[in-house]
Write a protein that binds this ligand. Structure first.
Ligand code: GLN
Length: 309
């Protein structure tokens, strides 16, 4: 089948669900992924005949897209922070808000003297001083709560290669993907499969007793907000990663705030992605800390909380 014919099929078959520009974009995403043709190359190759195997891939993609399945789940991967990550239906599709959370964390850590490793992902960081220990001759210890596909610990370990990074998640299926992502990026991370909310965080759980950084993008959508969430999100992404497990949408934040007393080091920092509607309530949980700041995302929504012990 010619590429031009497949393009027409995309437009005709998907027009009920997607706008014309969205279909154009989806078509070029699949051409890039399956045929390694970028947008410009695509224009000059519309007459090209595809093998049966390739044609079949596109027809399969069309039938999956028709159901509303996100293209990242069909491809089994997504770009995040300039890097490729595997994903499936057991983990959230990485969001730009979480990139902002990581930018904030990396910035604050660099500002407090931790050395970053410059690595080639298209983002420029200062070159590391590879001989120098992280800080105070002590290793930086990071904990990610509700790691899902592992995007947070992998990006942090890439930037702070000397850090000891632990990541917890309740879902064994999510952790399988997280481990695949850690391997893909050659990062060593301690993954822990536990129900964080029902664990007392202590040295039985990780070798570390205290962490310098606690970071989390926990499930933060309240049960009452269910009706506002798009079907393409709640129908395809794991609800366990989206919705708070109880009627208290802040249950994770409450536990993190309470436990920080014990498991966050002196001057340790907390970075949290939050529900945009619950900015001040979430911030309130951290009022006893020396610093607690509510920050907006690029769309102007309350989206992150930065806390210093
Ligand atoms: N930001 C996600 C969404 O709006 C929710 C992620 C989460 O609950 N942590 O779909």
């Amino acid at each position: 089948m010619k590429i031009s014919k497949i393009k027409i099929l995309f437009q005709n078959e998907l027009s009920k669900r997607y706008s014309k520009p969205e279909i154009e974009e989806l078509f070029s995403i699949f051409c890039e992924h399956d045929l390694e043709l970028n947008k410009v190359e695509l224009r000059f190759n519309l007459d090209k005949d595809l093998s049966d195997v390739d044609s079949e891939k596109f027809l399969e993609a069309i039938s999956e897209l028709k159901t509303g399945k996100p293209f990242q789940q069909i491809l089994g991967e997504a770009q995040f922070f300039g890097m490729k990550f595997f994903l499936n239906e057991h983990v959230l599709i990485p969001r730009p808000e979480t990139e902002e959370l990581l930018e904030l964390a990396i910035d604050k850590l660099r500002g407090s003297g931790f050395k970053t490793q410059g690595f080639s992902n298209g983002i420029t960081f200062p070159q590391p001083d590879t001989q120098q220990p992280e800080t105070n001759n002590r290793q930086l210890k990071i904990l990610d709560i509700g790691t899902g596909s592992g995007i947070i610990p992998v990006v942090l370990k890439k930037h702070f290669p000397y850090a000891e990074v632990s990541a917890i998640d309740i879902s064994p299926d999510a952790l399988k993907i997280a481990k695949k992502n850690a391997d893909l990026h050659h990062t060593e991370i301690q993954f822990i499969q536990k129900d964080y909310l029902n664990e007392i965080f202590d040295s039985n759980l990780t070798e570390n007793k205290v962490f310098d950084i606690i970071i989390s993008n926990p499930p933060y959508i309240g049960i009452d907000e269910n009706v506002e969430i798009d079907d393409s999100v709640k129908g395809f992404e794991p609800n366990i990663a989206l919705f708070s497990p109880t009627s208290d949408a802040l249950i994770f934040y409450r536990k993190i705030a309470k436990e920080a007393d014990r498991i966050l080091s002196e001057n340790g920092m907390i970075f949290l992605e939050i529900n945009q509607k619950l900015g001040s309530e979430t911030l309130e949980l951290f009022r006893d800390f020396s610093e607690a700041e509510l920050l907006k995302d690029i769309s102007g929504n309350d989206r992150m909380i930065f806390v210093k012990k």
